[in-house]
Design a protein around this ligand. Sequence first.
Ligand code: ADP
Ligand code: ADP
Length: 232
Amino acid sequence: LSFIEVKEVSKQYRQRDQMTDALINISLSIEKGKFVSLIGPSGCGKSSLLRIIGGLVKQDCGEVNIGGMTPMEAQKRKQYSFVPQSPALFPWRTVLQNMQLPFEVNRKATGDTAKQHELELIELLQSVGLGDFIHAYPRMLSGGMQQRVGIARAFGSGAPILLMDEPFSALDELTREKISYQLLNIWQEHQKTVVFVTHNIREAVLLSDEVVIMSPRPGRIKKTISIDLPRP
Ligand code: ADP
Ligand code: ADP
């Protein structure tokens, strides 16, 4: 059995007075440690699928299994870290203090303190080129740098599954490209399971072990492609 198993999942939303299909009969398995991209045009249901995997949205039918748990249970056991489109950094906390946040939030569940992980968090910041900005406040950083803090924080959080929803969409082309390489580097070091939503095919192919192509209206899986190319 794979680490993430999605089986015949469908989802409808109420729009105005009628129910519309967002996802129809989606099945997908993701092995531990893989980097998988969900790609497709806007509105094809990528975010919905990501949220269902993460237990933020409940499917109407079908099953989701996360290493033997339901998504809700997996969430309670701190299996996920989310990287949203723009990283939610607290402006009154330094970069390092923002990195420590997941440990404070999860302390009751895991017993880990941020202090125990400080060196590791600093190394992560160094690996995304922010070694000189550990004690800086977010407002002093560019958008690209803030995005890198968000990614480093997710990798440092201790959660085995990273769910990323178009994390680079607010960035210019060049910054995107640079951050993609940095993401790949830290992913290779930390071996997390990543589900990455994008509509950029280049990015998907560059980063992933597997690209899941979705077709819109309503969302179905059109094709799953394994990328066997060596990574850059
Ligand atoms: P994507 O991430 O690929 O853009 P989404 O999962 O966000 O796709 O959306 C898929 C479809 O479901 C779209 O048609 C969208 O309008 C609809 N949808 C998403 N969330 C909601 C919601 N909370 N209420 C109603 N419709 C929604
Ligand atoms: P990238 O993320 O691709 O490096 P950015 O737009 O984030 O692109 O920033 C480019 C570079 O400019 C950074 O790596 C950093 O060295 C420098 N830089 C950007 N903003 C600042 C800042 N507020 N203070 C100091 N250096 C900065």
